[in-house]
Design a protein around this ligand. Structure first.
Ligand code: NAD
Ligand code: UGA
Length: 476
């Protein structure tokens, strides 16, 4: 099929209505009102929730997202079960499906599972009509675009009566961070387009150019684009593991990690971003993308390179377990039957996402040691926590056996007779807690374990409570 410069995008389809597909399509649809955008998903529950009248029930919580959804949903942005027609109508299709780490078979524990990407390619090959531009939004291993192109073309080759359908495959990885997704999508540092079909590249570029300055749109070859995404996440995670490793050194030497972050971050060559210590990075992507990079390096025989990047994960695992261990140690080496209030379960603030959250690992460790946990989070619900902790919620932790948990609403009330408060997510509300009244209700000696540096040390100076802060060396 001959595709000319006059090819105009009238319909976009996004396969995958998750943390990337939903917000990304909302911003595209808002900026391109004449384009119809269909977001499809194999999960009926996800689509139903995207269409919910009550916007607090949307499957993704992102500041600014509800406003866009209420403005354009069912005008030019649709969340639909109709996979077949959405693909058929589309001139441009984004693949934004999950690419988790494989947990069985070859490459288990490292390689990305491309089952869902392959399924998308087969669905597109089946239903698409005319010329279709297919864009990888999902994070994928290098050379995936070739697999997609092969799958798309194979349908044509098999047909006796050759169908009049053609495909151009591009890579345009997503760099949004959860919690700031809408702002990241509206004002990205850069947009990346990888490909070798100039016409397809121009068409995609013209969409982004509607709200993004052209000098921020970088064009590379397919493989640089695919690899850049993995490398960007690996570099970001590397900074966190680096600062977390130094937080431990601060604690034993009397140095203060926040002073270190400030002093090294003032050097413009280093920069001040991603230098906040914490309980270990979480989220669905850093670990999986580094593992994918490690797998790729080993596949090409670059074992030293693989070992280098794998260390970032190993340090992150150590940081999480270091936090659990020191909590137990400080509470006289046992947390059995002790009530501990956990503040924050999501992997960072401003998101309801708990994937790979450090809280999961730390809570499991504490429960394994017998603690009774009272978990608070402004956005995460008990069904999610139940799934993550693989344990049913207790209806009354006071009466229940050791190693149990419940979700709480009132932090102050729950602090009653508790031994410790552990801050695991940096939600704003935790910065404004009334420590005087909280401490007065706790069993003595009581502790605050602050893994996110949110507590104002001035505010607890004269209170009868012990404080441990990540990377806060005690002046000896
Ligand atoms: P997600 O799990 O939230 O959403 C993926 C959705 O795709 C799910 O709802 C799933 O049901 C659906 N799906 C899977 N196969 C399908 C198919 N064949 N047809 C229709 N729907 C299908 O995942 P996510 O967090 O949105 O991430 C998606 C991709 O984007 C991943 O590759 C991830 O690495 C990458 N990414 C994620 C983020 C992030 O912040 N979450 C940021 C940048 C890139
Ligand atoms: C990250 C990247 O920042 C995005 O650019 C990328 O698109 C995305 O992964 C992805 O590919 O999924 P995200 O995981 O949403 O985004 O959130 P981040 O802000 O990067 O935080 C990740 C983890 O690192 C969180 O647990 C956070 O608390 C932790 N973190 C972050 C720190 O411990 N210290 C910091 O200084 C920054």
């Amino acid at each position: 099929m001959v595709v000319s410069n006059s090819f105009k995008v009238k319909n976009i389809c996004c396969i995958g209505a998750g943390y990337v597909g939903g917000p990304t399509m909302a911003v595209i649809a808002e900026n391109c009102p004449e384009i119809k955008v269909n977001v499809i998903d194999i999960s009926k529950d996800r689509i139903t929730r995207w269409n919910h009248d009550d916007l607090t029930k949307l499957p993704v919580y992102e500041p600014g997202l509800n406003e866009i959804i209420s403005k354009i949903r069912n005008k030019n942005l649709f969340f639909t079960f109709d996979i077949e027609n959405s693909i058929r109508e589309a001139d441009l299709i984004f693949i934004a499906v999950n690419t988790p780490t494989k947990n069985e078979g070859f490459g288990s524990g490292f390689a990305s599972d491309l089952t869902w990407v392959e399924l998308c390619a087969r669905q597109i090959a089946e239903f698409a009509e005319g010329h279709t531009i297919v864009v990888e939004k999902s994070t994928v291993p290098v050379k995936t675009a070739r697999v997609i192109q092969t799958l798309l073309d194979s349908k044509n080759q098999r047909n006796v009566i050759k169908q009049n359908k053609t495909f151009s495959v591009l890579s345009s990885p997503e760099f949004l961070a959860e919690g700031s997704a809408i702002n990241d999508l509206k004002n990205p540092d850069r947009i990346l387009i990888g490909g070798d079909d100039q016409l397809g590249i121009d068409i995609l570029k013209n969409i982004y150019k509607r709200w993004i300055p052209e000098d921020k749109i970088l064009v590379t070859n397919l493989w640089s684009s695919e690899l850049s995404k993995l490398v960007a996440n690996a570099f970001l995670a590397q900074r966190i593991s680096s600062i977390n490793s130094i937080s431990a050194l601060c604690e034993v030497t009397g140095a203060k990690i926040n002073e270190i972050s400030k002093s090294i971050g003032s050097d413009r060559r280093i920069g001040d971003k991603f230098l906040k210590p914490g309980p270990g990075f979480g989220g669905s992507c850093f670990q999986k993308d580094i593992l994918s990079l490690v797998y790729l390096c080993r596949y090409y025989g670059l074992n030293k390179v693989a070992d280098y990047w794998e260390q970032i994960i190993s340090l992150n695992n150590w940081q999480r377990s270091r936090v659990s261990k020191l909590i137990v140690e400080k509470l006289f080496n046992t947390v059995n039957l002790k009530k501990i209030v956990i503040l924050g379960f999501s992997y960072k603030s401003n998101t309801n996402d708990t994937r790979e959250s450090a809280a999961i690992y730390i809570c499991k460790d504490l429960m394994a040691n017998g603690a009774k946990l009272l978990i608070h989070d402004p956005k995460v619900n008990s069904a999610q926590i139940e799934k993550d902790l693989c344990k049913k919620e207790s209806s009354n932790v006071d009466l229940d056996n050791n190693g149990c948990w419940t979700l709480i609403k009132d932090i102050q009330l729950s602090a009653n007779k508790s031994d410790a408060i552990v801050i695991l997510t940096e939600w704003d509300i935790y910065k404004k807690l009334n420590w005087i009244s909280i401490a007065s209700l706790m069993r003595k000696p009581s502790w605050i374990f602050d893994t996110r540096s949110v507590v104002d040390l001035e505010a607890i100076k004269n209170i009868d409570i012990n404080y441990w802060g990540i990377g806060q060396g005690i002046d000896l």
